[in-house]
Ligand binder design. Structure first.
Ligand SMILES: [Zn+2]
Length: 269
């Protein structure tokens, strides 16, 4: 196998870090531009450019950080729609897997006992998940990492391009969350400000609406305190890595998403 052939094979099949060290092929100027050898080299260069643009130029590995009420889930959905990259919500992923034969021990050993799934295991699961086809362009992580240790572990399996922190005041979070109402009968969730029920205090199914215990101001305040304490270190971690972007989450959804969209676009220029 010639050196060029070897490069070709490596470019086609090889790991991305190989591209970083790859030296561009030079065309042979003593030959005609379309000579077989030069054509071969031209194709090689073209192919490597294609691979680069697919794999290394898109900076779409995104983490969304924000307290409850920041609209994180909504923005994740919008990014997924706009950029065709999946949202991976860690809690949901674990719950789904726990229903499968291979991972039913998650339910048996941890979830049913109210024990947190260890970081090491969560990272292994995430590592498998982001290898999948739909994550080739990138992904959005929602609800992970929550702690500095998780951020450090995550850093070992992939490079995050953007950590977007959606910042809202505690007052706003409390206002938004305490306006949530749930249906007694079918469980549907309304928000009396942003997504009001058809009739006051009544679900579309006819059931009565109530304020959940964990949506009462005292409970919300407690959750916010935990959030701030835990995420401070996570935010610092990504600030040091220079991938942190803070977004003001106070305005309406359209305006906030526009800012997020800009940040992603600038990163990918
Ligand atoms: Zn209902």
């Amino acid at each position: 196998m010639t050196d060029i052939e070897r490069s070709c094979v490596q470019i086609t099949a090889g790991p991305l870090n190989f591209l970083e060290s790859w030296v561009p092929v030079e065309l042979d100027s003593t030959q005609h531009l379309f000579s077989p050898e030069n054509r071969y080299k031209t194709n090689l260069i073209r192919r490597s450019i294609q691979i680069r643009s697919i794999c290394t130029e898109e900076k779409m590995k995104i983490i969304l950080i924000g307290p409850q009420g920041s609209g994180k889930g909504t923005y994740a959905e919008l990014i997924t729609k706009e950029y065709k990259i999946p949202t991976i919500t860690m809690g949901r992923l674990l719950r789904q897997l726990a229903k499968t034969e291979k991972y039913k021990y998650l339910q048996e050993d941890y979830m049913s006992k109210g024990i947190l799934v260890p970081d090491k295991l969560t990272i292994e699961i995430l590592k498998e998940r982001i290898k999948k086809e739909d994550c080739q362009k990138g992904f959005i992580l929602d609800g992970f990492p929550r702690t500095k240790n998780q951020a450090e572990q995550l850093d070992k399996i992939t490079d995050i391009d953007l950590a977007i922190y959606i910042d809202i005041s505690d007052e706003t979070a409390i206002k938004r969350l305490s306006s949530r109402r749930q249906c007694e009968k079918c469980g549907k969730i309304y928000n009396i400000i942003t997504n009001p029920p058809p009739k006051e205090n009544q679900c579309e199914c006819g059931g009565k609406l109530y304020i959940r215990e964990d949506d009462k101001p005292e409970a919300i305040k407690q959750r916010l305190n935990i959030f701030h304490n835990q995420t401070k270190e996570v935010i610092d971690f990504y600030r040091e890595k220079q991938v942190l972007q803070k977004v003001n989450g106070e305005p309406d959804i359209q305006a906030v998403f526009k800012e997020i969209d800009n940040i992603i676009n600038i990163k990918n220029k």
